[in-house]
Write a protein that binds this ligand. Structure first.
Ligand SMILES: C[S@@+](CC[C@H](N)C(=O)[O-])C[C@H]1O[C@@H](n2cnc3c(N)ncnc32)[C@H](O)[C@@H]1O
Length: 218
């Protein structure tokens, strides 16, 4: 399991989540068979919840893979929502675009091919909800661009911020992950220490950080 929380707790929480609909089930099976990392079940449920509360009109995603989380967010949204999702791996872009067309979301989900940092720099307009799920070692570099693109009352959800527990515990830290972990810590410090932002880090899945702009004067 994730190394973030107790296995029995995770299993119990997952047991409460109803089976996915057929589209998501097919994509989950494909991801499992082909070892494509996609969001964990409880993170999917959290995104669905956030989208129901927030009702974003424009969503931006960093890291498309096969399009699973983009499709999940679209299924959680109403008809006016559009999603822009960024992916640098050409094979993934092709698979995601095929899936998006296969399930009829081509007018709602747009895949932009390229490295997040380069694509983010060129994007214009504002987004109500940003989901970060690409380039774990670069969240701190993506943040200024994401804040530029985030609406005044927008929300950023960043996945994998506890990175199998390595961000919180030196004992779990693997040498080859030192740089990623350092940068992830830097992201968490940036969003936690900024006077303009409020962030809650939740030990769910591989750890998520939920950030929004502060609207009081504290
Ligand atoms: C964890 S997967 C995304 C999973 C997807 N959000 C889902 O749950 O269905 C991360 C994806 O980000 C892509 N990626 C990693 N670094 C990137 C970067 N700097 N720019 C664009 N894409 C990147 C990888 O190719 C991979 O497909």
């Amino acid at each position: 399991m994730s190394g973030i929380t107790y296995d029995y707790m995770e299993q119990y929480i997952r047991s409460l989540i109803p089976d996915s609909n057929n589209i998501l089930k097919e994509l989950e099976e494909y991801a499992k068979e082909n070892s494509v990392p996609i969001i964990q079940k409880e993170v999917g449920k959290f995104l669905e919840l956030m989208i129901n509360i927030k009702r974003p009109v424009k969503i931006l995603e960093l890291g498309t893979a096969i399009g699973y989380s983009a499709i999940l967010m679209q299924l959680s949204s109403n008809n006016t929502t559009t999603i822009t999702t960024i992916e640098r791996n050409k094979d993934m872009v092709n698979i995601a675009c095929d899936n998006i067309s296969k399930y009829g979301f081509q007018d709602k989900i747009k895949v932009l091919e390229g490295d997040c940092l380069e694509v983010l720099e060129k994007l214009e307009g504002k987004y109500d909800f940003i989901f970060m799920d690409a380039g774990k070692g670069h969240y701190n570099h993506f943040l200024p661009q994401c804040l530029r693109l985030l609406n005044g009352d927008g929300v950023i959800v960043a996945d994998n911020v506890l990175f199998k527990g390595m961000v919180a515990s030196k004992e779990l830290l693997k040498r080859r992950k030192i740089t990623i972990v350092k940068r992830m810590k830097s992201y968490l410090e940036m969003v936690s220490n900024s006077k303009e932002l409020i962030t809650s880090v939740i030990p769910m899945g591989d750890g998520i950080a939920v950030t929004t702009r502060r609207h009081n004067n504290e």
